[in-house]
Structure formats: C-alpha cells, structure tokens
Design a protein around this ligand. Structure first.
Ligand code: ADP
Ligand code: ZN
Length: 726
C-alpha cells in the first residue's frame, strides 16, 4: 500500500491519510470515506510515511478524474491557507466550483476544433466573393471555431469543408487561440504610454493604472490584453460583481470576437461554472473574466492579470475564507512571472502607497478619453444652520426642479455604507470623538450611550454640544423611501424611481429598472451605493448627494477613503456623454479633506493627506492588521472567551505564547454590532509594522483558540487577516 495525504472539505488543520495500491498523481480528485460518508478529496502528496497506525488507514474509494489540479494551483492554495490561517482542505474546496466538490467524476470539456489557413492557404489568394473573403481574412488572422466562423459567414460549414478539401484550411483542437483585431482607436498619448510600459515589462511587474472614470482605462487594458492573447497566453481579468454587466461582456465580445472566453462569477449556473473552470485549466479558454472567486481558477499559461476597480470592497470576502482577491492576484502574477495591472479612479491607499514608494509602477491617465466629455462640476452645499426639507436644502430642490423642467435626469444619492449610528451637532457640525483614540464614538440608542469601539470608552449620550452649546443634537439617517415619497410631492409629474436592495432584490427587477432608465422613462433616480458603479446613464446630468457625512462619523478608519471613492464614482456618473454634469453634495463638514479634494476632483490631494494621517496613527498601509473575532450565545461570553486569549498572550514571557514585542494587541471589545442573530460578538485587534511578526502572533493565537474551543463548544471564532472593516 502507498499512503497519500488528501485534502478534504473539513475544518481540520491537518490533511488526512488514505491508502491506495499504487501511487496516485498529486492534484487528482479522489473519493474517500470520511465519518461514514463518501466525500471528494484532492491528493496532496503521495508516498508519505503514515503518522498513524497503518491498520487504521482507510483506502481511497475511487480515483475520480483523468486530469489533475496543477502544481502552481496547489501552491496558491498552500499560500492562501498559510496566509489566512485557514485549513488547507477548506481553502481547496472554497477554490473549487460546486460541480467539483462532489465525489463524482467530471470529464474535461473537449477542446473545440479550430480552423485556420494552412501554409498553402496563406500563400494562395482570397476568394473574390466579398463575404467569403471576409471569412478567409478572419482565418488568415488566426484560428476560428466552427461557431465563430458561422458568425462571419452563415454557410461557413460548407466553405470550411470545401477549403479543407482543397488543402487551404486545416483544423486542430490544439490550434492557437483566435485572432485579435487591432485596437479600434488611436490611443491618446497617456494611454499609449501606459500600454507601452506594460508591454515593455519582462517577468513579474506590478502596475497601478490611475485615471478618472472615462479616461480610457478599459481601452488600455484591452490593448495590453490583445498582445498577450495574440501571443497565445491567458489573461485573468478581475472586476467587481456589480461591474460584470452584460454591457461589459458585450464590449469584450466585440473587442475579442474570436477569443475563447470563460466567465466566472457566483451567479453563473453551476454547470457553466464548472465547465469554464476546466476550460481555463486545460488552456481552452484564453480570457478568464470574473469576480473575486475567479482568482482561484487554475490556469495553464497565465500571461497577464488585470484587476479593474482594484479599490473595490467586493474583492475581499468577508465570510469563511476571508481572502482579498486583489492580493492573491498579485501573488499569482508573481508566481507566473507576468505583469499585473491594477486600475482605478480612486486606488486603495494600500496600492497608492506602493506606487508612491516605487513598489508598483504608477501609470496615469489625466484626461477623459472622449474629447467632448467634460468633467462634472462639483459643488458643496453647506447645510449647517439651514432648515432642511426632508433632508433637502433649498438649493438642492431648486436644482432638481430646474433639471426636471429642462428635461434632464437626476440622481439623488443616499450614502449608507460604513455607516454607524452617530451623534452630531446640527449647528456647528461637532462630532463626538473618543478622548482616548482616533475613533469616533458610536451611538447606542438603547443603552443611551456613546461608545468607542476601539478602546471601549463609554459615556452617556450628551444633551448639549460642547462646542457651541446647541441643545438639539441629532442622530444621522435618512430612508430612501421617505425621500422618494417627498420627491413625488415636490416634482409632480416626474417619474421618480427608487433603487435599493428592497426593490431590486433579484436580477430581473434590476434589469427592468435599467431598461426603463435607458428608455428615457426615468426623471429622478433615488438610490444608494448600488447606483454608484459601473452603469452608464447617458441622460444623467445632475447628482445630489444627501447625507454623505454619515460615514465620516464612523468608527472605521477607512470610512473617509470609502466615501471619497464612492463620491468620485457617483460624480463620474454625471455627464458621461456629451453634456457636462453637475454634482451637489450636502454637508455639514465642508472643510473636511474628503470634500475639499472631491470639489477639486483631486485624488492625489486626498490620498496624500489621508496617508499622512494614517502614518501618524500607524494604521494600514503603514502597519499590518488582523482581527480575531468570536461570537457566542450568552451576553459577554464572546468577550470572556477572547479575554482568555489576550491574558495568556500578555501574561509574561515564559508560557510560550507571549505576544511578539513588535505586535500590539487591542481589546477585546464588543463588535460594532455587539449582538447579531442572537449571539454576542467581540473582537481583538492585532497590529504590527512587520508582517512576519504579525503572522507569528496569529499562529500563536490560532493554537490557543484551537485549545480553548475544546472547552467552549458554543463559541465560534475566526481570524481575519487584513480585515476590511474595524
Ligand atoms: P474608463 O475605463 O477609464 O472608464 P473607457 O476605456 O471605458 O474609460 O473609455 C471611456 C470612453 O471613451 C469609452 O466610450 C471608450 O470607448 C472611449 N475611448 C477610450 N479611449 C479612446 C480613444 N483613444 N479614442 C477615442 N475614444 C476612446
Ligand atoms: Zn477609544
């Protein structure tokens, strides 16, 4: 018997050992018995020395497939398991599509036949008939599948057969991928410089492509992709779920009509996802487009990675395996020795910092690509000491009325993200900060307290503003429904449509709304951040932002960064076509750096100021962080559980679990939502300027947590490395 380590979808930190008469190839899927059931596993190592009694080792039930998951893919799994301190088997299964998680054989999809001109064909003359010549031309520039040929000429079947017989065309399943037509535009100077820089790169080379919405980033990606695809290599193109729209796919299809494309995202039908996953693995798909989960696709020959909207929060998964797809994408590019392009109008401060310090090459697009498209005008409405009508200032209402009268379309944008209930002074804008840390205090209505979620300082809700003596302190919040109803009232006759999670829960609802907008049937849209991204509304020329301040009172240090990105994005929605747009942001904090930079539409200014503040407070990207979170049914039980951890690590040097001196530990404190789904929740923060020291500390944490959980069965815990939220 030969013994094998096999990765299973179980929360165990070790791999299991199974026996088989012959050595199995690593990376092959197998069926094995586990706790009385047959489950799927992936062979991780063959010919291992068994650590347990050989008599107790069970045999592999069946070898499932004739293909294997490649070594470079397994190396990524091992890295992710280490980095995110997550069981390897569960990483492996998180990375597999549903169709490969069951103990059932799955065959590799057959590669379709591809047709191209033979040497004789290339030497020969094209047919004179115009449509036939078009097909001939297409074949001359690269290979086509039968379906692609039919799209060029309806009688392609017969023509291909005839030309094959003449010896002008040959067919093979291994022919190089389809031809890539040249860029339809002449790139402008900035675009060309960016594309050239990436092309000139040899081996692993990270780039940050910074350019406002409409500056032509996508055309730069396409231009670089074209070269890599033409060389027969694969491209991994990641983008936020919300941007993976039919419009984007159609644009890709138009640009790369003959390229075999795999589309991977969580909403894809299970069968299609498995098939596309395997087409990428066997090299049949050349262009792999998808959301964060696509970063786990096994790739035969990766030549380029693109991460569009790299700052977007959706690249971070916030349950189970808490991975950051942008970071893994960089790791993959490094492993493959290829360029990686991160693109954004408002890069994450992590990426911007790396570009500033020279670890990434910064590429900038400084203008909108369409000569006619002008930047929106952004104005700030100072709404301190102003009576608001249902949240609207007189100026905002006037703009909305005028725009409706002039036949324009408006967006009323309500910011709710990163939004902790907070207290502020409506007169002077005073916000309540924690006297002990940099965090803002969070309002706990029921307890009638302000609390710091960083250090747990608490105070009763004050009744008077300490700055100006105003006695009318208010909590922040506006509902989309109330705003919608009010707009109907003040704009009689206008078609007002609200878009939020409640009324666009499914795709159909959203495409209905979308169709109405494009049909010109909507005068005013009311909505939340769902509307900020990815959609092009040609007629939209006015954006009113109601309560943006909310997130600046948030306890999360990333709140200003998110707000800035979101508002820049919303502003980018206005006036994308040939009419310039207007944006009005209502605020009580007009002097805040976020708004001043927004008004100037100056990302650099914002980023530089914010990075300075982060550096002063030793926050990311100047420090690395991790959170250990726990939840439990009883009140305070999660806190008590984590206290075991912090006390043990801070107890002293000789228990073997001492916190490394380079690492600071904060907490435990209750989470922002201190109770959720009937469980109390708490967390501990770890922070260090050294990544390695942080990981050493986390490894100790994990050992301790695994030990405590044996006696605290009702407690659940997770480790979140590089957490996105405080
Ligand atoms: P971004 O990805 O930065 O938002 P896009 O690449 O989508 O920008 O470009 C915005 C618009 O400008 C698109 O309609 C695109 O087709 C057009 N465009 C991009 N580059 C050029 C160019 N060099 N010449 C003419 N039009 C361009
Ligand atoms: Zn505090």
């Amino acid at each position: 018997m030969i013994y094998h380590h096999v990765a299973l979808n179980v929360p165990l930190d070790t791999l299991l050992t199974y026996a088989h008469p012959e050595a199995l190839p690593v990376g092959v899927r197998v069926a094995v018995p586990f706790r009385g059931k047959t489950v799927a596993g992936v062979v991780w190592a063959a010919d291992v020395a068994p650590e347990v009694d050989k008599a107790k080792i069970l045999p592999v039930t069946a070898v499932l497939d004739e293909w294997v998951l490649p070594d470079n893919w397994r190396a990524m799994m091992a890295f992710a398991a280490r980095y995110y301190l997550y069981p390897l088997g569960q990483v492996v299964f998180a990375a597999l599509p549903q169709g490969l998680r069951q103990p059932k054989p799955v065959a590799l999809p057959e590669k379709p036949l591809r047709f191209c001109l033979s040497e004789a064909g290339q030497a020969g003359a094209a047919p004179r008939h115009a449509k036939q010549a078009a097909l001939w031309q297409a074949l001359a520039s690269g290979s086509l599948t039968r379906a692609q040929a039919k799209a060029v000429h309806s009688r392609a079947d017969a023509l291909l057969a005839q030309w094959q017989q003449q010896g002008d065309v040959c067919a093979s399943a291994d022919a190089a991928h389809g031809a890539v037509p040249p860029t339809p535009y002449t790139l402008n100077a900035d675009q060309q410089a960016a594309a050239d820089a990436v092309r000139a790169a040899a081996g692993f080379a990270p780039f940050l492509l910074h350019g406002i919405t409409g500056s032509g980033k996508t055309e730069v990606y396409f231009d670089i992709m074209a070269k890599v695809l033409a060389a027969g290599r694969q491209v991994l193109f990641l983008l936020p779920e919300i941007n993976l729209t039919p419009q984007l796919l159609a644009r890709l299809q138009r640009r790369f009509p003959h390229t075999a494309t795999a589309v991977l995202h969580s909403q894809a039908a299970a069968g299609a996802r498995t098939r596309d996953y395997l087409r990428a693995l066997n090299g049949d798909a050349a262009l792999i487009v998808g959301t964060r989960l696509a970063v786990f696709t096994p790739l035969a020959d990766l030549g380029l990675v693109v991460v569009d909207e790299e700052h977007d929060g959706s690249f971070k998964q916030d349950s189970e395996l808490r991975y950051q797809a942008r970071d893994l994408a960089l790791w993959r590019a490094q492993q493959a020795g290829c360029p990686v392009v991160l693109g954004s109008a408002t890069p994450s401060l992590e990426s911007w910092h790396k570009a500033q310090s020279g670890r990434y090459t910064l590429l900038s697009l400084n203008r909108r690509a369409h000569a006619a498209a002008r930047l929106p005008q952004i104005g700030l409405a100072d709404v301190r000491r102003q009576p608001l009508e249902h949240g609207f200032s007189a100026r905002a209402l006037q703009l909305l009325r005028d725009n409706y009268a002039a036949g324009g379309m408006s967006l009323v944008y309500i910011n709710r993200r990163g939004f902790a209930p907070a207290l502020f002074c409506g007169d002077c804008g005073h916000a309540f900060g924690c006297p002990h840390c940099s965090a803002k205090m969070v309002l706990h209505q029921q307890a009638r307290q302000l609390r710091c979620h960083h250090c747990d300082f608490r105070q009763p809700v004050p009744h008077i503003c300490p700055d100006c003596g105003n006695q009318d302190l208010s909590a922040i919040g506006h509902g989309t429904q109330r705003v919608e109803a009010y707009l109907r009232e003040v704009l009689p006759g206008a078609a007002v449509v609200r878009v939020d999670r409640d009324n666009t829960a499914n795709k159909q609802d959203w495409s209905d709304v979308y169709a109405r907008i494009h049909g010109g049937a909507v005068d005013v849209l009311v909505g939340t951040q769902m509307l900020a991204k990815g959609h092009d509304f040609a007629r939209l020329n006015l954006v009113v932002v109601l309560n943006a301040d909310g997130s600046l009172y948030s306890a999360d240090f990333r709140a200003p960064e998110r707000l800035f990105a979101e508002l820049m994005q919303v502003a980018g929605r206005a006036g994308r076509a040939d009419s310039p747009g207007r944006v009005l942001v209502q605020t009580r904090l007009r002097d805040h750096a976020v708004y001043q930079a927004l008004k100037a539409q100056d990302y650099r200014r914002f980023a530089d100021a914010e990075l300075q503040a982060r550096e002063a407070m030793q926050l990311p990207p100047f420090a690395y962080t991790a959170a250990v979170r726990a939840d439990a049914p009883e009140a305070d039980e999660a806190l008590a559980f984590l206290r075991l951890l912090t006390e043990e690590m801070q107890a002293g040097a000789d228990n073997g679990f001492a916190l490394p001196p380079e690492v600071s530990l904060f907490g435990p404190v209750p989470m922002l939502m201190s109770r959720l789904a009937g469980r109390s929740r708490a967390q501990v923060f770890l922070e260090s300027a050294e990544r390695r020291a942080l990981h050493r500390a986390l490894a100790l944490c994990k050992q301790l947590l695994l030990h405590y959980e044996k006696t605290h069965r009702q407690v659940r815990w997770v480790i979140d490395v590089d957490p996105a939220d405080m």
